[in-house]
Structures are given as structure tokens and as C-alpha cells.
Design a protein around this ligand. Sequence first.
Ligand code: ZN
Length: 286
Amino acid sequence: MRQKRAKSYRKLMSLYHINFGFRQPYQVLVDADMCKAAIDNKMDLHKQLEMVLQGDVKPMITQCCIHSLYLEGKIVQPAVDLAKTFERRKCNHREAIATDECLAAVIGPTNKHRYAVATQSQPLRVKLRAIPAVPLVHINRAVIILEPPSDATLRQKELLVATSLKPSAQDASLASKPSTSKEEPPKKKHKGPKGPNPLSVKKKQKGMDAALKGKKPEEGAKAGEKRKRSQEDDDHAEGGHVKVDIITGNDGEAGQSSGRKRKRKRKTGGGDGTGGGGEREAVEAA
Ligand SMILES: [Zn+2]
């Protein structure tokens, strides 16, 4: 087989695979005439089918098809022998019917079992082209050929693509997804502020400490007095140095102001001298 043809067959089979769910081994319904044609052309039909369908195949023959071969007698014995190597497809026609009719019935209106059909019957192929996604194989002058996709197949494919692109189903899933995806971002947001904030607070307070060092404690105390009164109760209720420190940190300018208050607390907690260091430790702990 020429490289070009192999490529187009591969492309075509991937269409059947992707859009219509065809899977290897591909089930191929082989009709009686196809068996005869294969014998006449000394073809290894199984191998040829694998080549043309670009994958593993499972050739099958219906009861009616093999029955029609039996009727032809010994002259077609090689074809019968070939047909016997195929898997028998029960068609449940009690009395054998014409092979074309039998195959059309097995394919049905939608080819739900995803058969490919290898037939030499022109009328049957015309009929099956009206059904979407029926890969059709025939032999022409000793060459096995996979037909290009029928119009029905292409239309159905467009339809499937269009519906798959429609938001309806996906939107529903997307609509439900945001609730989960919305849950995640807040977590991230939480992480974000948590990380940077302590760092920025620390930096500010370090700067604040430097400011405190630079200034005399009394200055801070004077400034802090007013503020202290407003917050005193709360601070005392919370009690910790840490709490106080956080407040000073957040309040930028009030940093020096709470100096006096701190002093007072230190009187209850520790000494005045060590207070400065202790405070810084507390800040860093926070
Ligand atoms: Zn049948």
C-alpha cells in the first residue's frame, strides 16, 4: 500500500475511533462475495483487513452469509473454508435471507455495535453510506479499499463536535466547579496576607525600636499618655506584652506613645531596665 493511502486510512480510522468509539480489534462483517473475491485474488483477507483498517481486526460472518456460500456448493469450498475461520455472528434469521438484507439488519439504523463491513455488493454499500460511521471495505481489481467517510458520517461528526462544543453540559459542570474552585482561592488569599503581614509588621517595629532607641523614653511617654487612657482598660484585660506590642506596631505613630504604658506593665511583670529587651523579644515572638 502506498504511503499516501496508508496515511489517509490512518486518519479515517482515527475519525471513527475518536468520534464514534471504534476500538481494536475492529469487528468486520464479511459477506459471502467478499470471501469469494479474496479467494479469487489469492488474498490473505485477514491480513488485508488489518492493513486497510490500520489495526487488529476480528472478521465475522453472519449465519445467512455462510449459508449462502453452502448453497453454492463445492465450487466455492475455499471460500467456505475461509468463512469458517471467521467468528460466526448470530443474526437470528430463522430462514436465511439475502446476504445484503441480513447485513443491513445486523448493522441496524445506527451501527451501535460499531461494525465495519467488507462487502462486494454495490447496493448494500450505497445503503450503508446513509448510516453514520460504517467503515466500508471492498476489493477493486485485487486491491482492498477502505471507502472515504460517507456524507452521513461527516454530518454526524460535525453534529457531535458541535454538541460537544455547546456549553450546556459543560457549563453545568463549570457552574458547579466554581464553588470548589472558589473555595481554593480564599485559602490562597489567606496564605498570602498571613505571610507578608508578619514580616512587614516586624520591619515596622524594628524601625520603631530604632526610633525608640533614638528618642528618650520620656518623650514617648508624654506622647503616649493620652492614647494609653483610651486603650488602657482593654489592654489590661488582655494583659500581655504581646498584645500591647501588636497595637503599637499597627499604630505606627503611636509606637513611641505607648512607651509609658509599657513601663507600667513592666512594673507588674519585669524590671524597667530589662523591659526594653523583653519587649523586643515579645515583638519577635509575635
Ligand atoms: Zn442473517
